[in-house]
Design a binder for this molecule. Sequence first.
Ligand SMILES: [Zn+2]
Length: 668
Amino acid sequence: MTDAERAAELRRAIREHEERYYVLAAPTISDAEFDRLMADLRALEARRPDLVTADSPTQRVGGRPADGFATVTHAAPLLSLDNAYSTEELRAFHERTCRLAGADGRDAPITYVAELKIDGLSIALTYQDGVLVRGVTRGDGVRGEDVTGNVRTIRAIPLRLKGPAPGRLEVRGEVYLPRASFDRVNREREDADEAPFANPRNAAAGTMRSLDPAVVARRGLAAFFYQVAAGGGETGSHEDALRRMRGLGLPVEPHWVACDGIEAVIAYCADWNGRRGALGFDTDGVVIKVNDLALRARLGATNKFPRWAIAYKFPAQQARTRLKQIAVNVGRTGAVTPYAILEPVSLAGSTIQMATLHNEQEIARRDIRPGDLVVIEKGGDVIPKVVAPVLDARPPDLLPWTMPRECPACGSRLARPDDEVVWRCLNGSCPARIRRSLLHFASRRAMDIEGLGEALVDQLVEQGLVADVAGLYDLEAPVLAGLSRMGPTSAKNLVERIARSRTVEFWRVLYALGIRHIGERAAQTLAAAFGSMDALIAAPAEAMRAVRDVGPVAAEAARRFLDEPHNRELIERLRAAGVPMAGAGPAPAAGQPLAGRTFVLTGTLDTMSRDEAERAITALGGRVTGSVSRKTSYLVSGADPGSKLAKARDLGVPVLDEAAFARLIMNP
Ligand SMILES: [Zn+2]
């Protein structure tokens, strides 16, 4: 086989497996085998640069970050759709369609195609002779931005179409962030002390506007296509167009259905309103389109909307309740964040009594005051948020909320550097901060000390048994055995697990220290670049900044942390305790936070149904089983627990009450 033939064969195989993995979600080879194919192709292309083609799978992330995006005028405008919020409006749409079509809807039912509406960012792609040449955002519908470099990094989007392709093909669809990617991205942002994205749509839109394709590639965007805008398929049916796109290797959301008449459409909408939570992405409704393209052409468009389609919006999962109080939480870096304590209210099948409030500015901007009647909303996340106060119902004497000036945990004065949104407790021995830093240190992606959960950490801090993370290595089983909910067996197990944490890779230690702005990825690249704590301590900030994934802010934060005598002392005590302070180690891929963990549920949870709890666990990679055994990682115990609770205690399985469970899934 010649090099050219070998390159073509590798590309064909890689494209096929990319489609199986990213489009069909049905891989037939392991990740390692896939990586080997890519490595072979990279090696071959490195040896024979003359054989590199623009549509090669190795060329997804091209050159340097862009300076900006060029504006492009769409060949045909991307119209938005008229909305329907009720079945009555859907029936009215149908009657209008029948009237305009000159058909009697009862005798010759109009066929519609119902598709799930993806909550993402609209995009138009152009393929020339089967090769992806351009990706443009919807923009204002007439003009969008050329984001080709970013689109190329999305693995679900083929750089070359399968089979015989038309000379020029334009397709339209939606780029979105799957929930699993969204959760991972937000965890990484929180680790790095950056503001999390409010929802997957914002995250997708923000990502596509990034000027650095390497950033886009890491986020894990996906896409679905729903329209052939040019390049054949102007006649026939919409169904055919969807099948044709699939045949060309383009991802199409698979749950679409052809419906005869509007009642079948209404049933489809009702069905998906009930089970949309089980999808791996956010959908906010159903798009209904006339199937017959010739009829579509006759129906035409108003100056705003096509007459042959409508978007049905699912009813918002909202409720109103009284905001009893705004309380604050102290994080490990001392960040003080407000949250809402609510009059319990039922929403989408569960009782809600807590909600997020982002930060002080957001509360002021939305003018949310303690005592207000507020609207709360549940999106894809398990934890709901406060949307707005109901101003008409505001009692006359409510005062705006003000951030406390003192730390609720230690009483120190809170500080807020000028350029920041967040107030902080700067006291390094603040019990709330010690508590959070112990939990972070022990977390699975840091030192992975299983069993060191909230209830136990609370006791360790309250009883003064541990004053910082190094103190964990001095703990002895007899002392632990005396704590509540601990017995000799679980105490002995915990001491063993703490001892075992001495075998983790150095980058995890770096991450576990909880340095502001140093998330998992920065810890991995710093460890790989410097190889030891001593080398890092000796390194100037400029040297750290030169490392990939470490920006000036993170480099400065790491430098400040390492210059602090108190932190240096902590590092020396960890070193003396046998915690590794050197080693580049392989940088593992970021897995799901609860992967490998098994949960058993017992009793009734107040704030979520059994189903929701299970979904939350599985969404984070955990597993739910029916009975408690030694292999169970956690028992989640609600009100009126069964015999499982006693069994878990016997076996030394950690027990999470509802509050602890809620915190775990909020911050796994
Ligand atoms: Zn404090």
